[in-house]
Design a protein around this ligand. Sequence first.
Ligand SMILES: *Cc1c(COP(=O)(O)O)cnc(C)c1O
Length: 369
Amino acid sequence: MTALPTRLLELIRPDVRQMAAYHVQDAHGMVKLDVMENPYHLPPQLRQQLGAVLAQVALNRYPTPDYQRLKQKIAERLGVPPGYPLILGNGSDELISLLALACAQKDADGRAARVLSPAPSFVMYAMSAQIAGLEFTGVPLQADFTLDMPAMLAAIAREQPALVYLSYPNNPTGNLFADSDIEAILQACAGRSLVVLDEAYQPFAQVSWMERLPQYPHMLVMRTVSKLGLAGIRLGYMSGHPDLLAQLEKLRPPFNVNVLTEAAANFALDHLSLFDIQAAAICQAREQLAQQIAAWPGVQVFPSAANFLLVRVADSERVFQHMLQHKVLIKNVGKMHTLLSNCLRITIGAPEENQAMLAALKAALDSLN
Ligand SMILES: *Cc1c(COP(=O)(O)O)cnc(C)c1O
């Protein structure tokens, strides 16, 4: 095909033209432990039931745009405080984009609103800010991945951000930030910045700020069903003060959650105990793997409250490539941030996947010597 005339290409924003496209590694034939998916399927009987439920869905109809039944079920079963509304997203990624869009304004001096988060953290915080024309500030964590509180508080005072993101547990480091630190951040932001607690890994951490919503009118708690085992259906949800959510609702595309997702999520919420059992198995495997790997020379395993482990090796790129040759796909995050140098992020899989991962990792480590 002939190249698009430059004039047409130039209709696209220059910063967008300069962006690199989101890269997804080809995982064909691999033990796939790179993006924190739950390795377990529904049992065959439940899959059949789900199939019957989905077969009844009226695909010719638009979704009912308020999603009342699904929201009520989420609220009841997932600990949303009484009276607190929910907003649903096509994945929590969409909610992150909506927040950026909602806050994208310039102050009296013409300066764009700011988004702030610790670094390294979830890449979408910075990316959504850039796309919506906000400034992003990443405040480096300490070497042990705890919050650098003096730096955080100074940055909040200096930047006066519209949005502060705290991934709890943090992706890609896996740890939970200290309650007292989060409280201090909430206090520093009271009355002027929104603080988003991103609890994508809540099923594995078993702790949450959701119940504390009534204490903090400027706090939003965001979650997703992706890491729980439903990454394919794309559903995120967020709760917070009704006045805030009412504003965000205006920006939400009216039918952003499709009818199949809605039905599948309703079904899943009726079988939540099954997902809880899977999450418990994943946490148990995580602890076993952490112990095993930590016993090997030349590896550092960081504590994790999520469904992945962050490990540091002598040469993350060589270990990553070696494991790839053994058909095990993990994520080399060594280049993401200086604090992550030579780090690998390994999703916890099913038992046989974890065994394959251990064997490949051991072989890769041995090959370094
Ligand atoms: C995976 C992840 C998300 C995105 O979840 P989706 O609902 O799949 O879009 C959000 N935040 C963090 C910290 C994550 O790791």
